[in-house]
Design a protein around this ligand. Structure first.
Ligand code: GUN
Length: 292
């Protein structure tokens, strides 16, 4: 069993981006600039956005964090997005999800300029991705593809079972893995809450991507010997021994699944860090006017 080390791979990607940014600066070109919008006080969202902003600084990107009260009106939020769209210094815009219930997420995403949509959530970019055209790929599935590529994991002809059909992870993941590319060329089964024979399907999987947000959902009895396990879950579990009052666990019961796997991502230290690295890559591409 080998651990897929998100810390190591994301550090390599960030080092490469830092060099590319230094090069842009040396040529007198524009420094990539990411704008992040955070609405409300969701603890997990605050942590994610803080990591994204910190990572920008580490590699020499500019970043702007716009924080709004959870009661901000939809109109006010849309006005801020319009102004970021029109601001030539901003290359990438990300609105951290979820948004408060009174705000229509779809409307907000649709209002981001597709050429600055570094999350790849705008329907135009989703359409391009599905069509196999160059575009911004949503950061988590993109990060997972970069991880598979880094470790040279054979995916061709393999059966990948993706658990969870979210627009952010499961759905784009299933599309990328089934593409005629490397990594890719998998036979993909996209499973969800209405799937009847999940355990049976998982037992046939060479690759499992768990993206359901349920702590310890994937257990050893669901996993074939030698499978590749990608754990997208970042679940907070109460833990009084921690200063924060919680610890992070994945969607996979790591201790029992790891010994059966060929490769496995840990939580923390796996996919989460790759998501940030992929977002930074998208932002760099936005800044140089190139998508993917
Ligand atoms: N919430 C959970 N994952 C993501 C993500 O990748 N991007 C944004 N903007 N919000 C999220």
């Amino acid at each position: 069993m080998q651990i897929l080390d998100g810390k190591l791979v994301s550090a390599a990607i960030k080092a490469e981006l830092a060099e590319q940014v230094a090069q842009l600066k040396a040529e007198g070109k524009k420094t990539p600039h990411l704008a992040a919008i955070l609405v409300g006080n969701n603890g997990a969202s605050e942590t994610y956005v803080a990591s994204k902003v910190k990572s920008c600084a580490e590699i020499g990107f500019n970043s702007t964090l716009l924080r709004f009260d959870e009661h901000i009106s939809e109109k006010h939020l849309l006005d801020h997005i319009t102004s970021l769209n029109e601001n030539a210094d901003i290359d990438g815009i990300l609105v951290q999800l979820p948004l408060p219930k009174h705000i229509n997420e779809e409307l907000v995403i649709n209002n981001i300029d597709p050429s600055k949509d570094v999350d790849g959530f705008h329907p135009m970019n989703v359409g391009k991705m599905v069509s196999g055209l160059p575009t911004f790929i949503p950061a988590t599935p993109y990060g997972i593809m970069l991880m598979l590529e880094h470790y040279n994991i054979e995916t061709k002809g393999k059966h990948a079972v993706v658990i969870g059909r979210s627009h952010i992870v499961g759905t784009p993941m299933s599309i990328l893995l089934s593409r005629n590319s490397n990594p890719g060329n998998c036979t993909v089964t996209l499973t969800h809450s209405q799937t009847k024979n999940l355990k049976e399907l998982c037992l046939q999987a060479d690759i499992i991507v768990a993206a359901i947000g349920k702590p310890g959902f994937v257990t050893a009895d669901m996993v074939k010997e030698g499978a590749v396990i990608i754990d997208v879950g970042i679940n907070r579990i109460a833990d009084e021994t921690k200063k924060s009052g919680f610890r992070l666990v994945g969607d996979v019961k790591f201790d029992e699944v790891a010994p059966k796997s060929s490769y496995i991502t840990p939580v923390p230290g796996g996919v989460g860090l790759m998501t940030i690295a992929a977002l930074l890559k998208n932002t760099y591409h936005a800044a140089i006017g190139q998508k993917g």
